[in-house]
Design a protein around this ligand. Structure first.
Ligand SMILES: N[C@@H](CCC(=O)N[C@@H](CS)C(=O)NCC(=O)O)C(=O)O
Length: 236
């Protein structure tokens, strides 16, 4: 399903240029799609968004005709197909340096890459136990010890960045790739009513209040599909 191209104030594509396309799956359930979308918005790239159903066998076969990887999201831009959100982030940062998607300071940039990589590769307990579900609100959800360890580590990462770079975002006043990487964690913390310390709570609130997050969430709430495996209900 395509939506209107992004032509907002940050759009950098010259008029008349065919827009890029970001292929996503569910807005409600897909953390990776959300990250891809935020990265494109950070870059200010005018972009069509095409939503595909990757669990459908016919759709999967069609996808494989268009990209070497079945992984979603992927970005089509100027004849290239780029998949994997870190690759998309690095591509956009390189192609649109004026967007300053990474911090200007070398040490901050190194930290931004390190914590983005940590999110990309880890936090498996959190991912498995608290799936992204923007439709849902599950207060008093049981948080197992492995998930608690992931939450503690995320709070530590956020606290260090917010203390060192002054907030309100991880690297100061400008949003970065790292904020896009952790944005779905903020939605998880909201969905499962995870208690955070004051500093982390303020960061979560700042991310969830971003206009792009609100736009994405509004569209997610209009998506009719429900994936029963992800509608976790724990019984005691
Ligand atoms: N690490 C990948 C993860 C992408 C990913 O797992 N995407 C899921 C959808 S949210 C997917 O494409 N699943 C289809 C499949 O595994 O066949 C990234 O950075 O993009």
């Amino acid at each position: 399903m395509a939506t209107a191209p992004h032509t907002g104030p940050g759009a950098v594509t010259p008029p008349g240029t065919p827009p890029a396309t970001l292929v996503i799956s569910s807005r409600n359930y897909s953390s990776w799609s959300l990250r891809g979308w935020l990265l494109v918005r950070l870059a200010g790239l005018a972009c069509d968004v095409r939503r595909v159903e990757s669990t459908d066998a016919v759709a999967r076969a069609e996808l494989l005709l268009q990209t070497a990887s079945i992984r979603i999201p992927w970005l089509e831009h100027e004849g290239l197909v780029i998949w994997d959100v870190l690759a998309i982030a690095e591509y956009l940062h390189e192609r649109f340096p004026a967007a300053q998607m990474m911090p200007g300071d070398r040490a901050a940039r190194a930290r931004c890459r390190a914590i983005s990589g940590e999110m990309h590769a880890g936090f498996n307990a959190l991912r498995a136990s608290l799936p992204v579900n923007l439709h849902a609100f599950r207060p008093n959800f049981p948080i197992w010890s492995g998930v608690r360890a992931d939450i503690s580590r995320i709070e530590e990462i956020w606290r260090e960045c917010l203390a060192e770079w002054g907030g309100p975002y991880l690297f100061g006043a400008r949003l970065s790739v790292a904020d896009a990487m952790y944005a779905p964690v903020c939605t998880r913390f909201a969905t499962y009513d995870v208690t955070l310390d004051r500093v982390c709570e303020a960061y979560k609130a700042a991310i969830l209040a971003l206009p792009d997050m609100r736009d994405w969430t509004d569209e997610a709430k209009q998506e009719p599909d429900e994936v029963s495996e992800l509608e976790v209900e724990v019984e005691f």
